[in-house]
Write a protein that binds this ligand. Structure first.
Ligand code: UD1
Ligand code: UDP
Length: 356
């Protein structure tokens, strides 16, 4: 098989690393980076750390409005697909790079395979929700991490090509944690003791584009009185400057970190606060209590299991939950068995390979 994998944003490098490792062993892969993320800490670091091959193509699209960014990606991806003539196109998650990959491939009648299909927040104000709905509608193969995702698709009338495979991010966490714990020096570099700090990430448009929400989150973090480590997404850095907001002294802003350092920061945190999809899941896998800085989540199983609490952006709710949220019992076993990548490649072979 010859597959073009479309990536562009941080969580996609992480997800693609898993499938790419399996795929490249036996098949041809062209890794197409749209250039949506481009800072060293948002892109290059993951290629270095994750044994992910260098992108074969980088469109260098960069940041722009939704329409301009997606449009430039569409034009670039189409040219690559026409040249490469792959047997299928792999897309990941829910970013503008996902949407552009799906659209460009579908218009060329190329099979589209979506990794992390079927996730829904049921909030169309999120750009990601629009990307998910369209990408899933256009996909021929839909690789779902959860049963809920399969059910979400069925409710939209999508049942053909749907496969419950588990979560590729779990595969990567299992594969990477021993290496991370052996090699990362992040705790020493930041002078942190295990269990003696909170870890936070914030980057959702709904939280950064509203001064009230961002100010509420910062006030909540400050009100905990605990040391908070906040690796700052560039979107949030710009928002803080634009809104004229600064955090309390014990909230330590740091540059975004690589995946291995992030795993170690997560594993040793007393508690995690986040609006990131990936970080909610990792908290759960590592058995760290998680507060989600949103009113809804796609990863409802983490909430149902009692290890994730939706706290929104009110300073009082955040500070109160930091004081009083202690999940009971064992950490839940969610989202697969760590072999999602292998299952995905096997299904690609069975379906796309049979047409060759
Ligand atoms: C994107 C995805 C989001 C995903 C997130 C992962 C969309 C619509 N959103 O959000 O689903 O959760 O990536 O991190 O696709 N910027 C830089 N340097 C970079 C990248 C971005 O400075 O390397 C700044 C730019 O000012 C840019 C802003 O961050 O305008 C937002 O970047 P963009 O890629 O548009 O969206 P994200 O918020 O990163
Ligand atoms: N991550 C990272 N460094 C950071 C913040 C996050 O490596 O400074 C990792 C995190 O561990 C997870 C992924 O990035 O694997 C999540 O990506 P992000 O939060 O950007 O996007 P989302 O999952 O919300 O789409």
């Amino acid at each position: 098989m010859k597959i073009v994998s479309v990536v562009g944003a941080r969580p996609q490098f992480i997800k693609a690393a898993v499938v790419s490792r399996v795929l490249r062993g036996q098949h041809q892969e062209r890794l197409l980076h749209t250039g949506q993320h481009y800072d060293y800490e948002m892109s290059e670091v993951f290629f270095r750390e994750l044994d992910l091959p260098r992108p074969d193509i980088n469109l260098g699209v960069g940041s722009a409005s939704h329409a301009r960014q997606t449009g430039e990606m569409l034009i670039g991806i189409e040219q690559v697909l026409l040249r490469e003539k792959p047997d299928g196109v792999l897309i990941y998650g829910d970013t503008n790079s996902t949407l552009a990959g799906a659209l460009a491939a579908a218009k060329l009648n190329l099979p589209v395979a979506h990794v992390e299909a079927g996730l829904r927040s049921f909030n169309r104000a999120m750009p990601e929700e629009i990307n998910r709905v369209v990408a899933d509608r256009l996909s021929d193969l839909l690789f779902c991490p959860t049963r809920t995702a399969v059910e979400n698709l069925a409710r939209e009338g999508i049942t053909a090509g749907v496969h419950l495979v588990g979560d590729v991010m779990y595969d990567l966490l299992l594969q990477s944690l021993p290496l991370a714990e052996r090699t990362s020096t992040i705790l020493e570099r930041l002078g942190l003791q295990p269990g003696a700090y909170l870890l936070a990430t914030v980057h959702r448009a709904g939280n950064t584009d509203s001064r009230e929400n961002l100010a509420g989150i910062l006030a909540g973090l400050g009100a905990t009185g605990e040391t908070v480590i906040l690796p700052l997404h560039p979107r949030t850095r710009h928002a803080l400057a634009g809104w004229g907001l600064a955090p309390a002294e014990k909230v330590r802003l740091i540059e975004p970190v690589g995946y291995l350092d992030m795993l170690v920061l997560e594993k040793n945190a007393r508690l995690i606060l986040t609006d990131s999809g990936g970080v909610q899941k990792e908290a759960c896998w590592l058995g760290i209590p998680c507060l989600t800085l949103r009113e809804e989540t796609e990863w409802v199983e983490t909430v149902e299991a009692g290890w994730n609490l939706l706290v929104g952006t009110s300073a009082e709710r955040i500070a109160e939950a930091v004081r009083g949220f202690y999940p009971q019992g064992e950490k839940p076993a969610l989202f697969g068995d760590g072999r999602a990548g292998e299952q995905i490649v096997r299904i690609l072979e069975d379906t796309l390979g049979s047409h060759l």
